[in-house]
Design a protein around this ligand. Structure first.
Ligand SMILES: [Zn+2]
Length: 63
């Protein structure tokens, strides 16, 4: 899998269907075959980044 944001592969698994991109520091969840992206704010809260991406960027590709 690749990060939809930076296209990097430096992604670690943090839970069931939950991943973290160490390159751009965003949290990735996989819901129904699609990525859901969240940025961790300084206060620890999460803000959704889904609106910033096109549908094709959010689909989970095999490989
Ligand atoms: Zn990234």
């Amino acid at each position: 899998m690749r990060c939809p944001n930076c296209k990097g592969k430096d992604i670690g698994k943090i839970g069931t269907n939950q991943y973290y991109c160490w390159h751009c520091f965003i949290e990735l969840s996989i819901v129904n075959g699609r990525y859901s992206l969240h940025q961790v704010e300084e206060d620890g809260s999460l803000s959704s980044l889904d609106d910033l991406f096109e549908d094709e960027d959010m689909s989970v590709e095999s490989g």
